[in-house]
Design a protein around this ligand. Structure first.
Ligand code: SF4
Ligand code: SF4
Length: 370
């Protein structure tokens, strides 16, 4: 049987111009063409032409060194879909005995819906099943990681947006599979989640949002910052004033979600909301990957730390009170960064900062939180 190849129609648009090099975090670290998007595309073309084997060390290594952050996509004049290329590439290299054990374990874990549901219930994830919920309803997607690590997000959403249906009998969206060598299974899981949640799907995880919107349609998915802005514009949600800390308006920074920004072009929406919640500091590195990158921080901790280190200096210098994330993986990565743990900055998901603002307005009659 002929070995699987990477789709030529995905590879052929690349004109080798190199505009993507400066946007690529791994190239910025190594300054080595081979760890740039253009270098990786050349490797894929060499593999397709048969000049290198699937076991070629560089071919295998670069498929895992790449973060999958897709920062190379928006800067590419030829519209190369690098995220789709990487999914196919890892399907070829991360297979059989070459599939890393931890990835194998994670892939199995996220398909065990009853266990994920049980863990979520133990963590008191909010449930809010409503009668007559259907195509015209908004459903909250409960991400697998989020259910276990950040169950409070669902509780805030249930409290502030009671019309959203929160049904905990839902599976994983399949992003983990698609990004880690099993795109067909990832596609199948996204379709199944679309059936479990038949209306519009509200997500609080950037990686899941981008995957779902590719698989089941952009119109079916609304990311939390888009949802909040929609409510503000409709007059259904009001942020009366910014958050104050010790008499000063809070300084707020943002960690973009790579997939949200580079895959769905959602980056203005969280900025508009944060500008209402305090003084928004738009750092140059906000758009750069934090190194979490799905399973990357687990699989390549040293490279993940190297990517993160590049942005910590700017975060420290920005004198922030809050650093806001839009994705649980980024939140965990930044919460655990030793330099940030020592500093005054609090890492919060946008859901949590919004709740802090709304609760200090309504419960204490004051925006002073310290
Ligand atoms: S991926 Fe796009 S930006 Fe990078 S070399 Fe190819 S055409 Fe140029
Ligand atoms: S996905 Fe990110 S790390 Fe990978 S080639 Fe593109 S910019 Fe570089």
């Amino acid at each position: 049987m002929e070995a699987k190849k990477i789709s030529p129609q995905l590879l052929s648009p690349c004109i080798s111009c190199g505009y993507c090099l400066s946007a690529c975090p791994t190239y910025q670290i190594t300054k080595d063409e081979r760890s740039s998007p253009r270098g990786r595309i050349s490797l894929m073309k060499e593999f397709n032409s048969g000049s290198i084997e699937v076991t070629n060390e560089l071919f295998v290594e670069q498929s895992s060194f790449c973060l999958g952050c897709r920062a190379c996509e928006p800067v590419c004049p030829a519209g190369v879909q690098y995220g789709a290329l990487l999914e196919e590439w890892r399907e070829i290299t991360w297979t059989g005995k070459n599939l890393p054990l931890r990835i194998r374990g994670l892939r199995i874990a996220v398909t065990m819906t009853p266990i994920i549901r049980l863990l979520g219930r133990l963590r008191r994830v909010k449930r809010n099943t409503q009668k007559n919920a259907g195509q015209g309803s908004d459903f909250l997607m409960l991400g697998c990681v989020e259910r276990v690590l950040y169950p409070q997000l669902s509780r805030v959403i249930a409290k502030r947006f009671p019309s959203i249906v929160i049904n905990d009998d839902q599976g994983c969206c399949g992003a983990l599979h698609s990004h880690n060598g099993a795109p067909n299974k990832g596609h199948e899981m996204a379709l199944s989640l679309g059936q479990d949640l038949p209306g519009r799907i509200v997500t609080t995880a950037g990686g899941c949002a981008a995957h779902l919107s590719t698989e089941i349609g952009r119109e079916k998915v609304i990311e939390f910052s888009e949802f909040v802005l929609e409510k503000i514009l409709a007059g259904e949600l009001t942020i009366e004033s910014p958050i104050y800390i010790d008499g000063k308006i809070a300084r707020i920074g943002l960690q973009d979600s790579c997939h949200l920004r580079n895959g769905m072009a959602v980056f203005q929406e969280p900025r508009q909301i944060l500008a209402k919640l305090g003084t928004f500091i738009d750092m140059k590195s906000s758009k750069d990957c934090c190194g979490a990158a799905g399973t990357y921080a687990i699989m390549r901790p040293d490279d993940s730390t190297a990517v993160l280190s590049k942005k910590l200096v700017e975060i420290e210098a920005a004198d922030l009170d809050f650093l806001v994330t839009l994705n649980p993986g980024c939140q965990r990565q930044l919460e655990h960064a030793p330099d940030l743990r020592k500093s005054k900055v609090r890492v919060l998901h946008l859901v949590e900062l919004l709740e802090l603002s709304l609760s200090t307005q309504t419960l204490e009659g004051s925006r002073q939180i310290r």
